[in-house]
Write a protein that binds this ligand. Sequence first.
Ligand code: ZN
Ligand code: MN
Length: 411
Amino acid sequence: MKVKIGLEIHLELKTKSKMFCACKNDYDYEDEPNVNICPICLGYPGVLPTVNKKAIEYAILLSKALNCKISEKIQFYRKNYFYPDLPKGYQITQYKVGSIGYDGYLYLNLDGGKKVGIDRISLEEDTARTIQTEKDEILLDFNRSGIPLIEIVTKPDMENPKECVKFLENLRLTIQYLNISDANMEKGQMRVDVNVSVEDNERVEIKNVNSIREVENALYYEINYQIEQIKAGKKIKRATKMWDDYLKETREMRRKETEDDYRYFPEPDLPHIQIKDIDLVFKTPFKVYEEIVKLGVQKDYAEIIVRDLRLCNYFENFLKHSGDAIIGSNFIVNILKSFDKLPEPKELAKLSILVKENKIPNHIARQKLNEMKENLNVENILKNMDILSDKEVEEIARSLIEKFPEALKQK
Ligand code: ZN
Ligand code: MN
């Protein structure tokens, strides 16, 4: 049966302050509860929001990295609903027209392949955090209220859970390359809602699954469940479910409300924002992968390096010191990857050139790397090695040829 999966991702941004006020954005959740608050993010009557410029810049960056068009005129809306974590009674968000980015895509593989469409990218504010105690009390932490959130909505282009995993891994990596968020799912910095439908039935939404692996598990469970229902002649109803990662099952929370229930209307306290002359420099894992492969690095090595930001930054530094890309990538993937600390990129660059010029045999270089680890020092290696000059090598070669003329003829 044909499966269609779309994702809705919420991403907390690594800005200094909140989306519409000057409170500290403690998105690592290190502070005491309810200390980073003010009348604006507590939703007092009569207060006025102001827009965080950095958050807009980050949203444009992500939109560009996900190949989106950028709206010329950005507009905010009010999404009205009541919930204890939403003190104003509405969330400032964006709605259809005037979202930061729209009509983009992300490749499932670093070297291209299938594209997953991005419907739109918008900016909004996070709600307060609700914490349920063992005594079944609900605690509220308003430190989170008003943290800048980016919402990414994909088209329902994914056809199986594996494609979702690839999409989310590439998205998270792209976000980390842009350095706009750490996108740590366990901390709730990146939260994923999944929409899934089988054949032409209603779609079911699964809320807030908190790791990529659990997204995969939840999808396998829900798809199998829906297929069984369909086979038994039952109707799939539109619903919102939650994933219970302890019992490993999806459970219905509520029947889905429609968009009309939210009574969206333009936020009257914020002006339209004109976006002009966007000239942002950024790198994506896709671009870096392409560049590295062009240098002759084998594809599987390039992928390992690009998917690990620490190794990738290191490799770029190594290249800046004129290291040999092919030899260097080999050292990094096969030896350095397991080191806690990496040697000076400059030293590795020197080593790679000496190996390339046959001045240090490859096996000796590898051995020294393993011994010296982060203290790699090429001068020391050379000092302790009897390196022959080119002239000496020539002399040895000549004497060998004289000694064994037959061997030369045999090739
Ligand atoms: Zn505030
Ligand atoms: Mn949202």
